[in-house]
Design a protein around this ligand. Sequence first.
Ligand code: APR
Length: 247
Amino acid sequence: MIDIYTIIQKLPKNVNYIGVLTGSGISSESGIPTFRGKDGLWKNYRPEELATPYAFQKNPVLVWEWYEMRRQVIKNAKPNPAHNSIVEMEEFFENFLLVTQNVDGLHEKAGSKNLIELHGNIWRARCTYCDYKEFLNTPIEKIPPACPKCGHLLRPDVLWFGESYDVKILNNVQSFFNKCDVIFVIGSSGQVFVPVYLVKQAQLQGSFIVEVNIERSLYTSFADIFIPEKAAESLPVLWREWKNSLK
Ligand code: APR
């Protein structure tokens, strides 16, 4: 187990702004496979085959079937103690922002409010043509589904490889992260560049970076503290002890 007291000593004491960035690793203890881990979702497919506009255009049925399979895998997943600790952080600090790369909806299920889903949400579909959006609470009858408003194809409301981020959202995240006294990076490999950039830029503005990951990632080389532990086990302990030290 980590030496929690040494870590608490290193954490900033005067804290007004807190940021959290999560990746699929935080959901792995809720039973959801990560993308690139040994049990990863990518193990049977290459991302380029599925999570791209080209893949969808070429074979919308395969892409919808893959997302439907993922929804079936995650529909009974419950937030774990790491998700719950992040909700407690949000309630404790006046200035808090959670940015997730996850599309599983578990942070929202846990009760996180000040939340940005950088890569969208697997439980939402949107029309490829008009502004129609819907929540997919039940299994899709006909794949690929058509827009009830205009008849065009619906697509998963997620960000695919090769698609661009909403720059307004990125700017909002960057300006908040730059003000953060501490940013927690939890369960991300750092394989996707933009989130790494957001965190690194914030560190250059003075943010203290704490990474929780069961193995080294692309964040580890610059994180101020690296906690090589499972998030659901270590984050609740870290949060409890740090919160007590802040009182
Ligand atoms: N606790 C902490 N970290 C964990 C745990 C755990 N219990 N289990 C796995 N991890 C770590 C792994 O070591 C890995 O570094 O979580 C990370 C998961 O990395 P990826 O599978 O690459 O997922 P992520 O970083 O979220 O991927 C980013 O890439 O595929 C795209 O859009 C997709 O949002 C995703 C993005």
